[in-house]
Write a protein that binds this ligand. Structure first.
Ligand SMILES: [Cu+2]
Length: 122
């Protein structure tokens, strides 16, 4: 019967929708960062730590520091840290605006990315 098929496909659509909403919530998202977004920090050497709300696969996670003139450097992620965090050190940072671009793979197998803007000042 046609109505029965319609009801079944509606139920199926609702299940799929509920599944994708739950899945979206499971992607690793940024909880806190050092430097904090908008922070002004002293230059030279800057300790970087990003915390996420889920465990990450560090093999497929990347931190990139982009200077305002567009120059970018991939940071070496420190090994042995907590599984929900990425740590690195920016060195030789002179004054100016920076964008810390992060790209991570959560343990659910999905990638997410974002940026933290901060400034190196006096
Ligand atoms: Cu996910």
């Amino acid at each position: 019967m046609a109505w029965r098929a319609r009801v079944l496909s509606m139920i199926l659509a609702m299940i799929l929708l509920a599944g994708s909403v739950a899945d979206a919530a499971a992607h690793a998202s940024l909880v806190s960062s050092a430097p904090a977004a908008g922070a002004v920090v002293a230059g030279g050497e800057v300790s970087i730590e990003l915390r996420f709300d889920s465990r990450l696969d560090p093999r497929f996670s990347q931190l990139k520091l982009v200077r305002e003139d567009g120059a970018a450097a991939v940071l070496r992620i420190e090994a042995g840290g907590p599984s929900d965090a990425l740590k690195a050190t920016g060195t030789g940072l002179r004054e100016g605006r920076y964008r810390l671009h992060w790209q991570v793979l959560g343990v659910d197998g999905h990638a997410s990315r974002g940026d933290v803007a901060f400034q190196v000042g006096r």
